[in-house]
Design a protein around this ligand. Sequence first.
Ligand SMILES: Cc1cc2nc3c(=O)[nH]c(=O)nc-3n(C[C@H](O)[C@H](O)[C@H](O)COP(=O)(O)OP(=O)(O)OC[C@H]3O[C@@H](n4cnc5c(N)ncnc54)[C@H](O)[C@@H]3O)c2cc1C
Length: 289
Amino acid sequence: MRSFEYLAPGSLNELLEVIRDRAPDFKLLAGGTDLLVELKHGPSDPKLVMDLSAVPELKGIEETPLGLRIGAMVTHSQIQQSALIAEHAPAMMAAAATIGAVQTRNMGTIGGNLVTCVPSLDSGPVLVALDAQVTVAGVHGRRVLAITEFFVGPRQTALAPDELLIDILIPTAMLGRAAAFRKFGLRKGQALALVNAAASIAVDDDRIIEARIALGAVAPTVIRATDGERVITGKPTDDVGALREAAAVAVTEARPIDDFRASAAYRRELIAVGTFRVLEEALALATSS
Ligand SMILES: Cc1cc2nc3c(=O)[nH]c(=O)nc-3n(C[C@H](O)[C@H](O)[C@H](O)COP(=O)(O)OP(=O)(O)OC[C@H]3O[C@@H](n4cnc5c(N)ncnc54)[C@H](O)[C@@H]3O)c2cc1C
């Protein structure tokens, strides 16, 4: 491990003051499941590491007038155990349950997961399917972005060097929205996604009135398969053929790569299967409620 100065600010204001003085030569430490590997073995050699664990503004899951707010420092295990997430966005629990092993989920945070911005990140697809927003803050104030704007490219977010992720908001209109998540890896546990998929569906009078399909690990960032969504919007809820057609169209919107884990052709098969399954599951939830 390389040597660095360590600070643990006790408030967001304190943290932002240090950022103002020291940006960009610092690293933020959340759960450390990615960062510590990077500090030991990667190119990162910061002079200062700032631990976020004592910043109260980054913690907690709560209902607000705007929706469900999830602090950036909320761990994957806390998401799995949250009664509010269970009530309003249970697909997030399904996604959190697939992240690493229990030790990784106990330490790793949703904020750290989103900021790593690897194409396979497992928190991303459900948040895209639920039209989530993120709040970022820096020395010049706060900004709210759609989650799809936050993801810019592989390991690249919309955060400026002097900004950090504060929280994630599931808007009120999406709370309780029927949604589902599936992940395909080389094995069931402790595996990065070859493909992950999420969908949310709203129905009215036996018709699908809104659908969102999100895919991970099949493009430089998590993507929305909007052409696939259009295929099923307005269709009767018993039109299983439309779900299959939407899944086939979603395949054409992805750009999977060949790598040592899987071929692009195999990933395309997984996209078709995964998209169909999340649509089927979300639709079953939407029509049963
Ligand atoms: C064994 C193992 C298995 C894993 N399995 C999976 C998996 O199945 N699926 C998956 O998606 N991921 C997986 N990961 C990756 C990782 O655990 C997660 O991405 C985790 O959520 C990262 O969160 P963290 O709190 O540990 O982030 P950290 O390691 O603390 O930080 C990661 C990066 O984000 C930055 N950062 C953290 N919080 C903020 C913030 N609020 N604002 C700005 N920047 C911030 C840090 O500076 C750092 O650059 C795995 C990791 C390990 C080690």
